[in-house]
Write a protein that binds this ligand. Sequence first.
Ligand SMILES: Cc1ncc(COP(=O)(O)O)c(C=O)c1O
Length: 402
Amino acid sequence: MNNKDLLQIAEDFDNPIYVYDSEKIISQYKRLAKAFKQVKNLKINYAVKALSNINILKLLNNYGSGLDTVSIQEVQLGLEAGVSADKIIFTPNGVSIQEIEEAVKLGVQINIDNLAILEQFGSKHPEIPVCIRINPHVMAGGNTNISVGHIDSKFGISIHQMPHLLRIVENTGMNINGIHMHTGSDILDIEVFLYASEILFDAAKNFKALEFLDFGSGFKVPYHENDIETNIEELGEKLSKRFNDFCKSYGKELTLAFEPGKFLVSESGYFLVKVNSVKQTTSTVFAQVNSGFNHLIRPMLYGTQHEVVNISHPNKNKRFYSVVGYICETDTFASNKRIAEITEGDILAFKNAGAYCYSMASNYNSRFRPAEVLWHNKQAHLIRKRETFEDLIANQVKIDLR
Ligand SMILES: Cc1ncc(COP(=O)(O)O)c(C=O)c1O
């Protein structure tokens, strides 16, 4: 899809608006599958949290993807999208045993990352197969908020707790059918990935009835031209070989699983906003847009640098701008960036807006969440309506305050 298509969508469906290109999602899915073609049983479970519109879940499922979910509601969304329960893994953190039991009732694969819960669950349901999330204690990830495998992280069962873990498994007689790790997001260095994988292989040797090894995700995607990204093809070649060797020594053809979010959907997405005003101050020129961190919080939360393009006038001379929102707190999307000269009313496109953008949106400042459009087979399809005032007050209960 090109700038003209995006501009037409911003006009036809109003803005701000999220747009996703299905072709990009599918090409990323195929690219990952191809990189691991040497592995006989590969399972890609799309991380629903990245972008949870049921049409996206359906699209990926049509190409063979399963789902990685972190809440009972994400499981329900997956089922609603028509994904069968046996293609869904539930990987929560810090949830109650009741929520895990609800997921069991829905028939999905359970992944447990806490010894106390594992013991309770194993004692009650020794017959239900469980995957275990290991924390390999590897420092990986582009930002402390998205590095989850290190020693201070709340995620996973520490690799140093293996004796305790094994005792629980033995005492309860439970069935461990998979082991999993996810060390963080935006991992550049595939050596870090391979190093953590060795820890997972080592841990796997302790379990006799495994069916799969889940290597999580964390692939770094490019945010602008010539940006660095995880070399997925090199990782595929090296990890596949190592995995196949492991299967030989384990004596069984296991499944290699991944659960990518960003890799599959980040680059497919564009967030389109309109410039309300251009404001010169003593130090900079602000482009003030009809959105804020209520719609796109990643730049403020993680310092993510989304490329901003003036799609109304892409060929004008470039000037320096700070792009800011309308929220009554500082909400700087991009600081001191070269963008084609902006005038009031121009449409700006934020790139890499597929992952963790709409799914992190809120109603802060009592603004509506935007609509979502899927560009599929060269046509724009509305896949979520823009909210209205009725949505804002739908759950508010008016009481008599006399
Ligand atoms: C357990 C788990 N798996 C997969 C993902 C997806 O990561 P990414 O979007 O970097 O691919 C996350 C992201 O937070 C996660 O927590």
